[in-house]
Design a protein around this ligand. Structure first.
Ligand code: NI
Length: 188
């Protein structure tokens, strides 16, 4: 099981590493790593357990954030409807995911992004694509997947895939992080 102390933060230069592609078929070790990452996210969203273990809630985690420079990430992102009710969850243990297409239309999270490797939130708008199509191997379903993501999931995927290239969310902010982003879809 991963612990909060396994996660490196942005003061560690390793976080800027360009991660390597993962060899397929997936080794037992790599499978264990990415599944442990999913488990960590699930745990992080259990308020009681998260408090007990002193871990912050997260919806995505890339392998480099636990010091492993491989292109793998976990996603565990509850789907919420307009009334704030949870209607499901987007969960993936992605291996070598990549964006194959995106819309030029921008979007950003109204309340800004957060990252388990950035201990203090950096406020501001992070411009992202409103819609991305991602392909990769998913270790949960043991299959190649094609994810057409809009809204919150689209942002989560772009954030995680950025980690593979050593990019943190605040790198993407404009010089004035509060300046309007023309034509953008604002995601609550
Ligand atoms: Ni992050």
């Amino acid at each position: 099981m991963l612990k909060a102390t396994d996660i490196i933060d942005d003061t560690n230069p390793l976080i800027r590493t360009i991660s390597e592609p993962v060899e397929l078929p997936l080794s037992d070790e790599d499978r264990q790593t990415v599944m442990d990452m999913v488990d960590y996210l699930v745990l992080s969203q259990d308020e009681e357990k998260a408090e007990e273990l002193n871990i912050r809630p997260g919806v995505g985690l890339a392998a480099i954030q636990i010091g492993i420079p491989k292109r793998m990430c976990a996603i565990y992102s509850p789907r919420v409807d307009k009334e704030g009710e949870v209607t499901g969850v987007d969960q993936y243990a992605l291996v070598n995911p990549r964006i194959i297409s995106y819309t030029p239309k921008p979007s950003y999270l109204k309340n800004g992004e957060g990252c388990l490797s950035v201990p203090v939130d950096v406020e501001g708008k992070v411009p992202r694509h409103a819609k991305v199509t991602v392909v990769g191997y998913d270790a949960i379903t043991d299959s190649e997947v094609k994810i057409v993501a809009r809204g919150f999931l689209s942002i989560v995927l772009q954030h995680e895939l950025d980690h593979f290239d050593g990019i943190l969310y605040y790198d993407r902010m404009n010089e004035d992080p509060n300046a309007p982003i023309p034509d953008a879809i604002v995601i609550d």
